[in-house]
Design a protein around this ligand. Structure first.
Ligand SMILES: [Zn+2]
Length: 361
């Protein structure tokens, strides 16, 4: 089974630490099992078909994974949409929630807190309810009502007025007496669940695609995909790594600025208002790692204007993909991705991260 460690100072963490208690750095996992194609449980119709390669025992599941992969234009296999918004709570977050809550449950945790303005909170709320854990989800007062309703339906919703960091303060203050901060941004057990998206794409396409385009806030989705494809490459089942493209709104684009300037780490950004509410993260926890993962495969990061992402949302809806504005940024950036790729051989996959049903109109 996987082991937590601190890559910055190597102080051994406690199993339920959400960050290094000695130096404050984000924790990582070592002794992850390799990807084993022969160990896929083909009869399991969920992400747990890859249980042998995850390093976590399945405890809490609503059946995330095995989402549809559909051509953007019927009959044209050059661009695909990976429908992550079809996961149980309507977003890609569910894969990470399943591995993180399964790990915490295996450690005897029965009460969690999380901070979120949307999909991560809804995912944690609904999974905790299903797994029999108590959950309190802290949100800012401007959180989208469709998402707070999804949270309140399953768990205790705590609205925190004032600046955004008040939400974080209130959440951490509640993580006492055995209640654990189950952070999708900090906890590496969340990221390993996202590897299963890469493994599924490999099974669905029969190969690695030329490129993958994802919205990026924390960048945990992109990191999980990168790690998943690296595991496939190490196992010898693919012969190239897909190029990874991150897309952010103009309102909050720390990765784009760093990619353009060549910086090793993103400078913190104050997020402005945007319909792409899923990506308004001014200081990503693993910023340097995300940039390195993009550069390792000659990818890039693009920013999208507000008008363009809303227009792309409408175009996707008219093609039958009813996603939230955050997810539509990938389509808005597609022409620039194609230009950056040049004539690279193979399909492009757009990750459709969140369902339009939870988004304000
Ligand atoms: Zn440390």
């Amino acid at each position: 089974m996987s082991v937590l460690y601190c890559p910055a100072c190597d102080t051994p963490p406690d199993p339920l630490d959400w960050r290094c208690h000695a130096c404050g750095a984000p924790l990582e996992l070592r002794d992850q099992p390799p990807f084993a194609p022969g160990a896929i449980h083909a009869e399991r119709w969920s992400m747990w078909r890859y249980a042998a390669s995850l390093g976590v025992e399945q405890r809490v599941t609503l059946g995330a994974g095995m989402t549809a992969l559909v051509p953007l234009h019927p009959g044209d296999e050059s661009v695909w949409v990976k429908c992550e918004y079809l996961n149980p709570t309507g977003s890609y977050k569910d894969r990470g929630t399943e591995t993180l809550l399964s790990y915490l449950a295996s450690r005897g945790v029965t009460s969690v807190v999380e901070e979120s303005s949307g999909n991560a909170g809804a995912s944690m709320a609904q999974y905790a309810a299903h797994g029999g854990l108590r959950a309190r989800i802290f949100v800012p007062e401007n959180a989208p009502p469709g998402k707070t309703r999804a949270i309140a339906a399953a768990a205790e919703l705590v609205v925190v007025p004032g600046p955004r960091h008040y939400v974080n303060d209130a959440c951490l203050a509640a993580a006492v007496d055995g209640t654990i901060y189950a952070s999708h941004g900090w906890n590496p057990y969340w990221i390993i669940g996202q590897q299963t998206l890469a493994w599924e794409l490999w099974e669905q396409l029969g190969a690695a695609p030329a490129a993958i385009v994802t919205p990026a806030g924390q960048g945990g989705l992109l990191l999980g995909i990168a790690r998943g494809f690296r595991a496939l490459h190490a196992a010898g089942v693919i012969d190239r790594l897909p190029r990874l493209y991150a897309v952010q709104p103009w309102a909050c684009d720390p990765f784009v600025r760093a990619i353009e300037s060549g910086a090793a780490e993103p400078e913190p950004v104050i997020a402005q208002r945007s319909a792409a509410d899923g990506t308004l993260v001014g200081s990503p926890v693993r910023g340097a790692q995300v940039l390195a993962a993009i550069r390792e495969v000659n990818g890039w990061a693009f920013s999208v204007a507000e008008d363009d992402l809303l227009n792309a949302r409408d175009r996707l809806a008219r093609r039958g993909f009813y996603v939230e504005p955050t997810s539509a940024m990938t389509l808005a950036a597609l022409p620039r991705v194609q230009q950056h790729l040049g004539g690279a051989d193979g399909p492009i996959v757009l990750i459709a991260t969140g369902n339009g049903l939870k988004a304000p109109s």
